[in-house]
Write a protein of this length. Structure first.
Length: 374
């Protein structure tokens, strides 16, 4: 099955009635526009916009955004003009592609935090439609996945920019999986030896800790069932960058870090989240100062969960997150979870929501004393 066929098959699963002919036309336009161009990997350039479109489908973005993803580089890298796009695909898609192109032209030359803060402000201010940022994030994620084909210095510059700008942006949009992958890929490019070493040590430790986490999960599942709380419980490995950052910022050795795997409890209601918390604290002693209630006080990116750390049955700290299934969806997908066509929102409603998120992002960022919190 070709990548285009995959897009055509996947979009209607979350956006019934989507204009699939629009996607086919955008594919043909992009194919003709990029003909003869190659990626650094030697692949035809078209492979990149196709991968970006595929990521947008994974984010469950609307067909308009997916179409713009297929076209996102034609203004920058080919002879096509905004007028051409407007004539072929309409004003909305032309504006999205133009927005992505403008962000791509923003200069970034300093690693100073103030520069990074200003850059993020510009990024958010320029993207009047959040879908522009979603396309740019998909673009950056695929570029990071193929970073190995670039010269070392160029790759390092892109990786640092990703850590300073795009990973925090993914975090602010609530896209935890995208943030984690961007950070890990950046770490691999910036500190390749440390990355490989960490990879080996984590793999070894996880084998040792797997039995302990499985034991914790078994005890918790049994107790929650006894008290009538329906739940799904699973282990969640920490990503490499978060471990590396903890070692460097807190001056800790790898052997001093115990929470390589967290336990996640997913319940069917908010009430059961707090019920599960009570059960957990009755089983194991909580670590003082490690409880956070993001259900009562959600983060700006709408993240909600209860966080606690307890001393597990073997005497080691165990980090536990508790959330409902809907909270889990928002925690993993962020703003993308709110963009689904199936929610029956009109274009104006979606635009209003987009502007609300942007306003919150800008206001929150302005209030922060430490730009790294962005």
């Amino acid at each position: 099955m070709t990548q285009l066929q995959t897009l055509i098959e996947e979009i209607p699963k979350y956006q019934p009635g989507a204009d699939l002919e629009l996607v086919r036309r955008a594919y043909r336009f992009s194919e003709v526009s990029h003909r003869g161009q190659q990626r650094a990997s030697g692949e035809p350039y078209l492979s990149h916009p196709l991968e970006v479109a595929n990521l947008l489908v994974n984010f469950k973005m609307d067909v308009t955004t997916v179409t713009a993803g297929l076209l996102h580089d034609v203004l920058e890298d080919t002879g096509a003009t905004k007028a051409d796009l407007e004539r072929e695909f309409g004003k909305e898609i032309a504006e999205l592609v133009d927005g992505v192109t403008k962000i791509g032209k923003l200069a970034f030359s300093s690693r100073e935090e103030r520069q990074a803060e200003n850059f993020r402000k510009m990024l958010v201010a320029m993207a009047r439609d959040l879908r522009v940022l979603m396309i740019k994030l998909a673009d950056r994620l695929h570029n990071m996945r193929t970073l190995d084909y670039l010269a070392t210095e160029r790759a390092r510059k892109i990786a640092q920019e990703t850590l300073d700008i795009y990973a925090p942006l993914a975090h602010r949009l609530g896209m935890a999986n995208v943030k984690a992958e961007l950070e890990d890929l950046a770490l691999r490019a910036l500190h390749p030896e440390a990355y490989v070493d960490l990879q080996k040590r984590v793999a070894k430790r996880r084998l040792e800790r797997e039995a302990d986490i499985t034991h914790v999960i078994a005890i918790l599942e049994k107790k929650l069932t006894e008290v009538g709380i329906e739940s799904q419980i699973r282990g969640r490995p920490k990503h490499f960058y978060s471990i590396w950052k903890k070692m460097h910022e807190q001056g800790r050795e790898f052997d001093e870090i115990y929470d390589l795997t967290a336990v996640r409890v997913i319940t069917t209601s908010v009430r059961d989240c707090y019920g599960a918390l009570g059960v957990i604290h009755s089983l194991w002693k909580p670590v003082p100062g490690r409880f956070k209630d993001f259900i009562a006080m959600p983060k700006v990116n709408m993240y909600q969960s209860l966080h606690t750390t307890v001393i597990g049955p073997k005497g080691d700290p165990v980090e536990i997150q508790i959330r409902t299934l809907e909270m889990h969806r928002i925690a993993e997908e962020g703003i993308a979870a709110h963009w689904l066509y199936k929610e029956k929102k009109t274009g104006k409603d979606r635009l209003d929501q987009s502007l609300l998120w942007l306003r919150q992002l800008i206001e929150t960022q302005q209030d922060m004393q430490d730009p790294r919190e962005f």
